[in-house]
Write a protein that binds this ligand. Structure first.
Ligand code: ZN
Length: 468
C-alpha cells in the first residue's frame, strides 16, 4: 500500500515535470543569413527570413518583427523578432549596420594637364567635391602644391578619402612675332639714304620684346642691288623668329621733262575716268588705230570699262579715288588713303597692283598749299621711295581747261609735239571733245613719224618741278 503511494507520487512528479518542460521548452528559432548584417548607404534592407518550430509545429507566422532602421542615417540598428507561445515570450535580435564606404567625387574645372608660360603663376580654375552621404563638401577640400602637381583631397564623414591631381607644366613653345613697319620689300633710289622704317616684336609669354630684336645686314644706297635685312628675336624660352626685308636700290628716274630717252614717242594719257559714253568710244578708236594708251583712273565710272582698258592692253594707272584736293592734300595719310582706295579698285578688277600714278593737279600743283604746306615735296619723294612712279605731262591738251572744241584739243596737242623728246600728252577721257579729237591726233602722229606707247614701269618719269 505504501509502495503504491510512493510510485503514484513519482508518476505525478514526472508528469508535472513533463508538462512544465513542455510549456517552457524554448522553440527552435532560426534567423536566416547572419545575425549581423552590414548594409551600404543607399541599399535597401531586405529581410532574409526566419523560422520558428517547436516539437515539429511551425510557429513562423506568429512572429512579430520590429524594424527600427532609418535608411537615411548611418548607424547600428536592431530588428527584433518576437513570438508568444502559450503565454511565454521568445525573442531574437538581428543587428543592422548602415555604413558609407563610398569615396566622395572631386571634379576639376579646366584640364587635368595645364600648360602655362614659364614666368606665369597658375590661377586656380576651381573644383567641386560631392559625397554620396555628406553632399557638397567642397569647403573641406585641401589643396596642396608640390613640384608642379596640385593635389586636391577630401575626406567624408565616414573617413573615405578622395584625391585628384592637376599637373601644371611651365613651358613656352610659341615663337615671338615680328611685325615690320613699312613694306616687306622697299625700293630705294640710288643715293637716297636708307632708314629702317622699324619693327615691333611681341611674344605670348614675354609681351613686348622689340628691344631684343637684332637687325643685321646693310644697305648700300650708293650701289645698285638687292639687299636683305634680317630681323632676329628670341623669347626667354629660346623660341626664335626670323623675318627678312628686301631693299632694292634702283637707278634714279629721269626728273627732267626734256631728257626723256624715248624721242618721238607719244604717250596718250587719259585722266579722271572711266566714264560711260566717252571712255568706251576712246577705247574703240584706240582699238581701230591699234594704239596703246594710259588711263589714270578714279573711283568713278563702271568697272567694266577699267576691265576693258586692261584686257585691250592699255596701262591702267592710278590717279585718285576722290579727286577732292581739300581731302587728299590735307595730309600724307589722307593722300595714301585716297590712293590705296583706287589701287584696291584696280586690283579687284585687273588682279594687278598698279604702281604708275599721276598726282591730281600734277606734282607742280599749288592748290595743295592751301591744305598742307610742303606736302608735294614730301609726297613726290615718298611715293618714289615706296616704289611708285609718277608721271606729269609736257603737253597739255587743255581739254579740262578753257578749250571746249575737238579742233581746239587737236591743235593744242599737235602744235606741241616734238621728235626730240618723249611727248606725254595730258587728256581727259571724260570729255566729249577729247574723244572727237583723238582719231585726228593719232592720224597726225602716224603720218608724221611718231610712235605711240603706253607708260610702263620702265618708262622714264616725266615730272614737273615741285611748287609746294
Ligand atoms: Zn585729274
Amino acid at each position: 500500500m505504501k509502495k503504491k503511494f510512493v510510485i503514484g507520487i513519482i508518476v505525478i512528479i514526472l508528469l508535472l515535470t513533463a508538462i512544465i518542460s513542455f510549456l517552457f521548452w524554448p522553440p527552435k528559432f532560426e534567423l536566416k543569413n547572419d545575425e549581423t548584417i552590414t548594409l551600404k548607404y543607399g541599399q535597401k534592407y531586405q529581410e532574409p527570413g526566419y523560422k520558428v518550430t517547436k516539437f515539429g509545429k511551425d510557429y513562423t507566422k506568429k512572429v512579430k518583427v520590429k524594424n527600427e532602421i532609418n535608411q537615411k542615417k548611418l548607424g547600428t540598428y536592431k530588428i527584433t523578432y518576437e513570438i508568444k507561445i502559450n503565454g511565454i515570450t521568445f525573442k531574437k535580435i538581428r543587428k543592422i549596420k548602415l555604413i558609407d564606404d563610398e569615396k566622395p567625387v572631386i571634379t576639376l574645372t579646366g584640364n587635368e594637364n595645364v600648360s602655362i608660360c614659364p614666368n606665369a603663376e597658375y590661377k586656380e580654375e576651381g573644383y567641386k567635391a560631392i559625397d554620396n552621404y555628406d553632399g557638397d563638401i567642397t569647403k573641406k577640400v585641401k589643396v596642396t602644391t608640390k613640384d608642379g602637381i596640385i593635389t586636391y583631397s577630401v575626406k567624408d564623414s565616414s573617413g573615405n578619402i578622395a584625391k585628384v591631381k592637376r599637373t601644371i607644366t611651365k613651358e613656352d613653345k610659341t615663337s615671338p612675332v615680328i611685325t615690320l613697319k613699312g613694306n616687306k620689300t622697299i625700293t630705294l633710289y640710288l643715293g637716297n639714304p636708307w632708314t629702317d622704317p622699324g619693327y615691333t616684336a611681341t611674344d605670348n609669354c614675354d609681351n613686348d620684346i622689340t628691344n631684343n630684336v637684332k637687325a643685321s645686314g646693310t644697305v648700300n644706297s650708293n650701289k645698285l642691288g638687292t639687299y636683305k635685312i634680317t630681323y632676329t628675336v628670341k623669347d626667354s624660352s629660346g623660341n626664335q623668329t626670323i623675318v627678312e626685308r628686301t631693299v632694292k636700290v634702283i637707278s634714279k628716274p629721269t626728273y627732267n621733262s626734256n631728257s626723256g630717252s624715248n624721242k618721238g614717242v607719244i604717250y596718250l594719257t587719259f585722266d579722271d575716268g572711266p566714264n560711260e559714253g566717252t571712255t568706251n568710244v576712246i577705247l574703240d578708236i584706240l582699238k581701230e588705230e591699234n594704239v596703246k594708251a594710259t588711263f589714270f583712273v578714279t573711283a568713278k565710272g563702271p568697272d567694266y570699262l577699267i576691265k576693258r582698258e586692261y584686257n585691250e592692253g592699255h596701262t591702267v594707272a592710278l590717279h585718285t579715288a576722290s579727286h577732292d584736293y581739300s581731302y587728299l592734300y590735307k595730309s600724307v595719310n589722307n593722300y595714301y588713303n585716297d590712293l590705296f582706295k583706287v589701287q584696291d579698285r584696280v586690283k579687284k578688277i585687273t588682279g594687278q597692283t598698279a604702281k604708275i600714278i599721276r598726282f591730281p593737279g600734277g606734282s607742280s600743283n599749288t592748290i595743295s598749299k592751301k591744305y598742307s604746306k610742303g606736302i608735294m615735296s614730301t609726297l613726290t619723294k615718298d611715293v618714289v621711295n615706296k616704289g611708285y612712279r609718277y608721271y606729269d605731262w609736257n603737253i597739255d591738251s587743255d581739254d579740262a581747261g578753257s578749250t571746249k572744241t575737238s579742233s581746239g584739243v587737236y591743235n593744242n596737242v599737235i602744235k606741241n609735239l616734238s621728235k626730240n623728246r618723249s611727248n606725254m600728252v595730258l587728256m581727259h577721257d571724260i570729255k566729249t571733245h577729247t574723244k572727237d579729237a583723238l582719231r585726228n591726233i593719232i592720224r597726225y602722229g602716224k603720218n608724221n613719224g611718231y610712235t605711240f606707247e603706253k607708260i610702263t614701269m620702265s618708262t622714264p618719269m616725266i615730272t614737273h618741278g615741285v611748287n609746294n
